[in-house]
Design a protein around this ligand. Structure first.
Ligand code: FES
Length: 158
């Protein structure tokens, strides 16, 4: 189902805002709901939340930027996530990161300007015996090699 657009004046967020009764202590819940509904926390959306919860915009932005789970840009169409836990790093993780950065023209934590792909890291995916691991669009690649990884990237839709 497509995400609602911001041209709806954030109507999709209204039920959650009404439930919060304008209480500032509902901020995290409202931010989480806003991101679920709109895919990311845009500047106009943060302003809307600040107004409706009667909070300073600086507090809303400060809270949102404190937590890693909040995004300020639309998610990329493809997401590459490298495990940077100890087992994966010992088993070749740094070479995988180098291959991804070179192939995608990105640094760790970046998203391509055209929104095609993003590159991020996770601490441990919990299956260390298959290290090193790279998730692409939610699919785990086990015992990944730089060449195997490049092959997976070539299979990504434009
Ligand atoms: S360190 Fe990578 S899965 Fe645990």
């Amino acid at each position: 189902m497509p995400l609602p657009t911001e041209t709806d004046s954030f109507a999709a967020l209204e039920p959650l805002l009404l439930r919060s009764k304008g209480q500032g202590d509902a901020l995290i819940e409202v931010l989480h709901g806003a991101q679920q509904r709109y895919g990311h926390l845009s500047d106009p959306l943060l302003r809307h939340v600040a107004t409706r919860l009667k909070l300073p915009l600086s507090r809303v932005k400060g809270t949102a930027s404190f937590y890693h789970l909040f995004r300020f840009q639309p998610p990329a169409r493809h997401r590459c996530v490298v495990c940077t836990g100890t087992a994966c790093q010992i088993q070749g993780g740094p070479a995988l990161i180098a291959a991804l950065e070179e192939s995608l023209g990105l640094q760790m934590g970046d998203r391509r300007a055209d929104g095609w792909v993003s590159l991020s890291e996770v601490r441990c995916l919990g299956t260390c015996s298959d290290a090193p691991l790279v998730l692409i669009d939610g699919t785990i690649g086990r015992q990944q090699t730089p060449e195997g990884l490049r092959q997976r990237l070539r299979g990504l839709a434009p």
